[in-house]
Write a protein that binds this ligand. Sequence first.
Ligand SMILES: Cc1cc2nc3c(=O)[nH]c(=O)nc-3n(C[C@H](O)[C@H](O)[C@H](O)COP(=O)(O)OP(=O)(O)OC[C@H]3O[C@@H](n4cnc5c(N)ncnc54)[C@H](O)[C@@H]3O)c2cc1C
Length: 422
Amino acid sequence: MAWDRYGQRKPTGADLTLADAAFARTCPFSPAAGDEDAIAAARFPAAPHVDARLGRYEANYVGHVAEGEFRAIGSSGGMVSWVAAELLRTGAVDGVAHVVPSTDDRLFRYRISRDAAAIAEGARSRYYPVDLAEVLAAIRSTPGRYAIVGVPCFMKAVALQRAEDPVLAERITHLLGLFCGHMKSAAFVDSFAWQLDAPREEVRAVEYRRKDPGRPANWYTAHLDLADGSSRSQDWWHLADGDWGAGFFQNAACNFCDDVVGECADISFGDAWVEPYSSDGRGTNVVVVRSAAIAGMVADAAAAGRLALEGVDSDFIANTQAAGFRQRREGLAYRLTWAKRGIRPRKRVAPGAAGLPWRRRAIYRMRAGISRWSHRMAWAAKRLGAPALYVRWARASLYLYQALAYHRGRLGEWLRRFDGRE
Ligand SMILES: Cc1cc2nc3c(=O)[nH]c(=O)nc-3n(C[C@H](O)[C@H](O)[C@H](O)COP(=O)(O)OP(=O)(O)OC[C@H]3O[C@@H](n4cnc5c(N)ncnc54)[C@H](O)[C@@H]3O)c2cc1C
């Protein structure tokens, strides 16, 4: 795996096309691979609930870790790090592959952690390209049982790899999924540096979501540590590309994903983006449990007061991810009507745009355009040594997007009237 010019991880060397049967069976976006429904049916045949949005599950919760520092150091309620540490503590696994800061050619990379202190080093969300190549090689070469933490397409990729490779099937025993809106490229960090007036080559560490218990959880703050020991911070809403919904630096593959909640994973975790939780700066998880063994582990810890969790239904979970489901279901159906050439993705959503209002169509078109052009504009700005080229373009795009999506600004006001809303 190596960096492409847009700051995304890509396979090199091998000529990977769908003509390669093993690749076609294991790439999570391949039309020849099994889909999330088939994988989950094979992994969790006895799961008592099936929901079109969440997949198969045993139980759903909202809450946070009550014991230790997990919540304070986590991006959300600390549940991912707690489950990883608990699997290690109880001997259910020998190692957990997750993402930790790095100081070489990458700011973050997958690593296998083997104790609670090492798990804590990886806490927090990294909206940064990573790949599994090294940890899968390490798992193949070192016997033991492993858990892997990852976004939905990584969970699906590992599940498909397990079906091909008996060694991985035996050793990778647990999948811990992260809900996902989309993956960003490494150029997002370049953009932070440009907008926070920091030389990019001086950036040593990035925090995408610095936590402040005194402010709402959904007020994200980007934080950079620089080589000279100084640091820079800025709230996302002051950034030209800080509106998650606008899709800046989104990986192209995310346009063809229909899994918001990691349906192939034994347990998945997200943020409770509904009130009163989104106003609580300490962070709150939503959790979907799919495997019976992990359901027992979580229920026992909640009963013992180690976890502060409340059972919720599937609508509650889906509502916390309303925008993600719109983009991955309604938006995906519409995007599938655009694809005229090349590989035809096979998704669980049928192509179609019937009844989709003009404004929703325009939002999906604009978001896809911003995603595609943000890569090119940031690349050009970097090549020319002219960050303003990107930042001005991004500000103008954001203005148009927010006028369309939220009727913000003068243009938004005009669109509201055009829309017949006021
Ligand atoms: C790209 C991305 C998009 C996301 N989109 C959404 C969304 O739309 N809605 C939503 O509710 N939640 C989303 N999440 C999940 C959310 O950010 C939190 O990770 C989740 O709520 C868990 O919080 P926590 O406090 O329990 O985790 P923590 O205790 O902070 O632990 C996080 C764990 O995840 C690992 N990790 C961090 N980044 C990555 C990565 N890129 N790949 C693999 N492992 C990683 C860390 O190493 C750590 O072990 C996203 C996460 C990522 C990485």
